[in-house]
Design a protein around this ligand. Structure first.
Ligand SMILES: [Zn+2]
Length: 171
C-alpha cells in the first residue's frame, strides 16, 4: 500500500443528477470514469478514475480508483502520490449541497481519516493545493464557493477527530 497522508476534496462542477434522469449520480459517475479512463488508459495500466470516491446528491458513496493506486486529481504530483481524492457530485459554485450528501460526505471523510490516520489539517480543498512549481494555489474554484467546508471542519472538531490544531479548511 502507498503511504496515505492527505485528502483532497473536489466537486464535479456539473449538475449532479443529469437534470433528474440520474437521481443518485451513478450515471454521472460512470461518465466521469469513462472520461478519465480514456485520458489515462494508454499511460497507466488499470487506471479507473481521478477520484477514489464520489458522493452523490442523495448520499450514495461511489467507488472509483482503488486506494492503492495514485489518482491524478490535482496539479501537484507529490500530493497526488499520498492523497485520497473525494469528489462531491454537483456544482457548488452555483448550488448548495443537499443535507443527505453533506451527512454522507462527513461520515466518509471521518471514516477515511480514522482508517488512515489523516490529520484534520491534511484534508484540503482542491483550490488550496499549492502548484508544485510556484508553491501557490492555482486558479481553480473547486470544490466551489458554497462547498460547506467550514461546517465540515466544525463537525470534525466536535468529533475530536484530526488531532491537529491548524485546520486547512478555513473557508
Ligand atoms: Zn477539483
Amino acid at each position: 500500500m502507498r503511504p496515505i497522508t492527505h485528502m483532497v476534496l473536489h466537486h464535479s462542477a456539473t449538475d449532479a443528477t443529469l437534470r433528474s434522469g440520474d437521481p443518485e449520480g451513478a450515471a454521472l459517475w460512470a461518465a466521469i470514469e469513462r472520461n478519465h479512463q480514456k485520458h489515462w488508459a494508454k499511460t497507466v495500466a488499470g487506471y479507473i478514475c481521478d477520484y477514489h470516491f464520489g458522493v452523490g446528491p442523495t448520499g450514495v458513496v461511489l467507488t472509483g480508483q482503488p486506494l492503492g493506486m495514485v489518482s491524478f486529481n490535482c496539479g501537484n504530483a507529490r500530493l497526488n502520490a499520498v492523497s485520497i481524492a473525494v469528489c462531491f457530485l454537483g456544482n457548488f459554485q452555483v448550488a448548495r449541497m443537499p443535507a443527505a450528501q453533506y451527512a454522507a460526505g462527513v461520515q466518509l471523510l471521518r471514516s477515511l481519516s480514522v482508517q488512515h490516520s489523516i490529520l484534520l489539517s491534511h484534508i484540503m480543498l482542491h483550490r488550496e493545493v499549492p502548484d508544485e512549481r510556484t508553491g501557490i494555489p492555482g486558479f481553480t474554484a473547486c470544490p466551489g464557493r458554497w462547498f460547506p467546508s467550514a461546517a465540515m471542519r466544525i463537525a470534525f472538531q466536535e468529533d475530536g477527530g484530526g488531532g491537529s490544531s491548524r485546520a486547512a479548511m478555513t473557508r
